[in-house]
Design a protein around this ligand. Structure first.
Ligand code: ATP
Ligand code: MG
Length: 420
């Protein structure tokens, strides 16, 4: 029976790994410059962590979460996102007391949504969380970090969209105004929005249906209805971004799909990605720490989708500066030379030289072809004569030249040539 990969789930094959690793290494470097430290959080958590933080009436919790009951006891979920887990870990281990309040993570997330280009059921995110303060300059720093990262990847065709959804009371009051506005228009909304009307009215602002968008053109605007405190927060953020020369657009209807956001919300979209064009998204979540049992305190963060970053880089034809380390291929011809060749390969690996060796007992010609396919810089050929004289043939695969070299000089020679 042939079993294939699940729908919406992908294998990341060896030829994609250099790019994949490059994005992660770059994130690590840039996030570290801003004082972030890595955290590894579990893939499974108690479901309640997500229902409580993301919100009962959100797409993720209502429709997308993978849950199971662990040994007839607790309800467990595969993490659909990482913010809730990072906050849980932050509180559980008292990281607020050790000053580890700027954290970054990477890893697989799981959401049972309809698979399409740029939308998977298992996908990877790289993200940061800055915990423990309400200061809007931190929102600006987090956004600048996101932009720095995308620029360091080499991306150019992206846009930063920002908005403020205000504090809890602002969101609540605005929800009421929006309901009033939509009261006599409910029948014209799409089916999803009809049900959002009662359950999560702000999400209607995010609807992609053309008809709903049209209806919303005249709807009240959140930032025109914010409290003084929220308005000031947003103004400081915008000034700080301008001070850092970060270009942004305020999108009055931008809301995020998770309940925990307050004040700042932002997305970075890519111009060449089609329908799933958000490569990075985040915002401030001032209630989450208290909701999960901590002392009330603010926080802000973002997550970006690794698959979408790679699609965006591809769309801009970006070539990552990935340097492949040169490799060598050792060939032993004849039984004795094979045994000696096997040992030479080991010696070279002890010197951190990438070394291939044949285990199929292929002919010399086939091994040369294999070395070529593997892009080896040198092939080392050991026959009976060489074995008897303690030397080896060294073929440079770049220029095709071949020379006889003493086995005693081999490591030195290769180290010098390969480092060069
Ligand atoms: P979307 O509007 O695309 O559904 P979202 O609001 O659900 O996104 P977040 O939960 O904020 O997204 O996730 C942040 C980022 O993670 C997104 O901008 C995107 O790059 C990536 N992402 C989210 N869901 C998926 C998915 N199903 N497949 C691939 N990447 C995803
Ligand atoms: Mg989504």
């Amino acid at each position: 029976m042939k079993i294939s990969c699940l729908k919406g789930v992908q294998d990341i094959l060896p030829d994609q790994i250099p790019q994949w690793n490059y994005l992660h290494t770059l994130a690590h470097e840039i996030f570290s410059c801003y004082g972030y430290k890595q955290i590894i959080i579990p893939i499974i958590e108690e479901s309640a962590l997500f229902t409580r933080s993301i919100g009962q009436q959100t797409d993720i919790v209502e429709k997308e979460m993978y849950t199971f009951v662990d040994r007839g006891m607790r309800k467990i979920a595969l993490r659909p996102e990482a913010t809730a887990s990072v906050v849980r870990a932050y509180l559980e281990h008292g990281l607020d007391k050790t000053n580890d309040s700027k954290l970054f993570y990477s890893g697989a997330m799981f959401r049972g949504e309809k698979p399409q280009a740029g939308r998977n059921r298992q996908f990877y995110q790289i993200g940061i969380e800055a915990l423990g303060t309400y200061n809007p300059f931190l929102d600006a720093e987090v956004i600048k970090l996101a932009v720095d990262y995308l620029k360091a990847i080499g991306l150019k065709d992206f846009k930063l969209l920002i908005n403020s959804v205000g504090n809890t009371k602002d969101k609540h009051d605005f929800g009421d105004s929006l309901k009033d506005f939509l009261k006599d228009k409910q029948a014209d909304l799409c089916d999803s929005c009809k049900s959002r009307y009662e359950r999560n009215v702000l999400r209607i602002l995010d609807c992609k249906s053309r008809n709903c968008k049209k209806i919303l053109e005249q709807a009240p605007i959140i930032i025109d209805n914010l409290s003084e405190e929220s308005t000031e927060h947003f103004a400081i953020l915008k000034n700080a971004l301008e001070g850092l020369n970060v270009k942004y657009q305020v999108i009055p209807h931008l809301v995020r799909g998770l309940d925990y956001y307050t004040n700042t919300v932002f997305e970075i979209t890519h111009d060449k990605l089609g329908a799933q064009n958000t490569i990075l998204a985040g915002g401030r979540y001032n209630n989450l720490i208290a909701d999960l049992g901590g002392q009330p305190s603010g926080a802000v963060g973002f997550a970006c989708g690794v698959e979408r970053l790679l699609l965006a880089a591809q769309a801009e034809a970006i070539e990552f500066p990935i340097q492949e380390k040169p490799a060598v291929f050792v060939i032993g011809l004849g039984d004795e030379a094979y045994i000696k060749g096997f040992k030479i390969a080991d010696q070279l690996r002890q010197q951190q030289i990438i070394t291939h060796f044949d285990f199929q007992k292929r002919s010399l010609k086939a091994q040369m072809r294999q070395a070529n396919k593997l892009n080896c810089a040198y092939v080392l050929i050991l026959g009976d004569d060489e074995l008897a004289n303690n030397n080896i043939q060294l073929k440079n695969m770049d220029d095709g030249t071949q020379q006889l070299i003493s086995l005693d000089d081999l490591v030195n020679y290769l180290n010098k040539e390969i480092i060069k």
